[in-house]
Design a protein around this ligand. Structure first.
Ligand SMILES: [Zn+2]
Length: 498
């Protein structure tokens, strides 16, 4: 065991918007964070949210960029068999594995996308009450921790997906935010017990409730925003508890955890990405790429029997009334829904005539090039990669609605060159939409694709996060902290006064 006794408590307020947190601190609404900030620093956090929210936790966990770990969302494209696979997170090597091997006791509680590494001391608890469902089941280790965890009352996010019908479903939203408020207290209680029981030198405690509610009640945080300037939002009664009530409760719970710590414990309270207004998610990119001639669906006769079955099922699901869909998703365990949903998430493409296609997403548009030497059925030669990407970029950037407002802000390329792309598991292009895509109905100029959006989100992720850091290494802390550098910062904090 190492000689020094430096300790680190890292608390995640997942997807907490930095602006809102900062404003509440300034208005004395978060006394614990305010006191922490008075003794520490506010650091801007940059994470690869511009690729997708699914990329940020693997980046934090592994200390590597998305181009290295390859994770961008819940569904990962498999170029070897031209299909999608549910992301399981088992292959990530977390930065705390080295620390544990050196004898540091570690406690990790409900960190999104966390792999289980078989800790012998401390605790590792995955998907206790997650926002991001990965395995669809709780995992707890080591064995002796199970009793503590099983004694904790159930958290609503652990079993019920708490589906709401959208911004006008007051009852559903109230139920969601009340359950999350209650959940924050339960989480605080369990975290406190785990810390007292195991006294780890490094603890990472994650609050997931702010993430979940942020997606559904963000319209109550910025009601004046242009995205909400439409009838559906016209006469909304206030949802309570509010986002601020929830953040105040998180602040209280963090206060309890800090109180238990020794005075010189390094404390980090952070989020890796924030939240901004949105309204549902656009789904027209796939059909649009077909309309533009970049992708083509397989003819019935060209499909295998398996592909025909999949096409049929997709058609049935598309045509079933929303009430049936709701029942379909609500009454099945998350795991089953994922298994059933998978084959229908990608239409049956004619790969011989598909150069670029879209991947399922709930935020940015994701485009994958059907590249020779990478995709099993690739048709785009390496030499054509760059020109094809440029062609797609210019077509997308010229997209407007009927009023001439652009629909696309930025188009990001994830590989610097065709050669780099050969080893990439990410979408080749990431399309950032403007707020004009949230209009409904949306008419795309010069296109006849169906633009009906999906989902009930009124909040989506924004690039930056924040970190309040008290203590830590004496040097080498920059003004902007990258998500991939947290592991290094934490490791240096643990050994700073060795
Ligand atoms: Zn999210």
């Amino acid at each position: 065991l190492s000689q020094n006794s430096e300790r680190v408590l890292a608390v995640v307020i997942d997807a907490a918007e930095p602006k809102l947190v900062r404003q509440m601190i300034e208005h004395n609404e978060l006394p614990v964070l305010k006191a922490l900030l008075a003794e520490g620093n506010w650091i801007k956090v940059a994470a690869p949210a511009n690729i997708g929210s699914g990329a940020i936790w693997p980046t934090f966990i592994t200390g590597t960029d998305p181009s290295v770990h390859g994770i961008h969302g819940e569904w990962q494209w498999q170029p070897a068999d031209m299909s999608l696979n549910r992301y399981k997170g088992r292959d990530l090597t977390p930065f705390w594995q080295t620390l544990a091997a050196q004898g540091t006791t570690i406690g990790i509680f409900d960190l999104p996308f966390m792999p289980m590494i078989g800790l012998e001391h401390g605790f590792e608890i995955s998907e206790w009450a997650p926002h991001d469902v990965i395995e669809g089941q709780i995992q707890v280790g080591p064995e002796r921790i199970k009793t503590i965890v099983s004694k904790s009352p159930p958290h609503a996010l652990s079993s019920d997906r708490l589906k709401t019908e959208g911004p006008d479903d007051l009852e559903g939203l109230q139920k969601l935010s009340s359950a999350c408020l209650e959940g924050i207290k339960l989480r605080g209680n369990l975290a406190q017990e785990l810390l007292r029981e195991t006294h780890p030198r490094l603890a990472i405690i994650s609050f997931t409730e702010i993430h979940r509610t942020g997606h559904f009640i963000w319209h109550t945080v910025e009601p004046e925003h242009e995205v909400y300037d439409r009838d559906e939002f016209a006469c909304l009664p206030a949802v309570g508890p509010t986002m601020k009530d929830l953040l105040r409760e998180v602040d209280r719970q963090i206060g309890r955890l800090i109180e238990d710590c020794e005075q010189d414990t390094t404390v980090l309270v952070f989020s890796l990405h924030g939240m901004r207004p949105a309204h549902r998610a656009p789904t027209f990119l796939g059909p649009l790429l077909m309309e533009m001639g970049f992708a083509r669906l397989a003819d019935w006769s060209g499909q295998s029997w398996m592909e025909r079955a999949v096409t049929l099922m997709a058609a049935v699901k598309r045509r079933s009334p929303s009430v049936l869909k709701r029942i379909y998703y609500k009454n099945l365990p998350a795991k089953t829904t994922q298994r059933l949903a998978r084959p229908t998430m990608l239409p049956a493409y004619d790969w011989k005539r598909t150069r670029a296609f879209s991947l399922p997403t709930d935020q940015h548009g994701w485009i994958r090039i059907n590249l020779c030497g990478r995709e099993a059925k690739g048709i785009v030669a390496l030499a054509e990669y760059d020109a094809l990407c440029r062609q797609l970029e210019s077509k997308l950037k010229s997209l407007t609605n009927h009023q001439g407002e652009p629909l696309v802000g930025e188009v990001i390329r994830t590989s610097g060159s065709a050669e780099d792309a050969l080893g990439s598991r990410l979408p080749d292009l990431v399309v950032h939409w403007t707020n004009a895509v949230f209009e409904s109905p949306l008419m795309i100029k010069g296109s006849s694709v169906d633009t009906t959006p999906v989902g009930t989100y009124t909040g989506q992720h924004k690039g930056d996060g924040f970190c309040i850091l008290r203590g830590g290494p004496e040097s080498g802390v920059s003004e902007v902290l990258l998500a991939k550098d947290f592991g290094d910062l934490i490791s240096r904090s643990l050994s700073s006064k060795a």
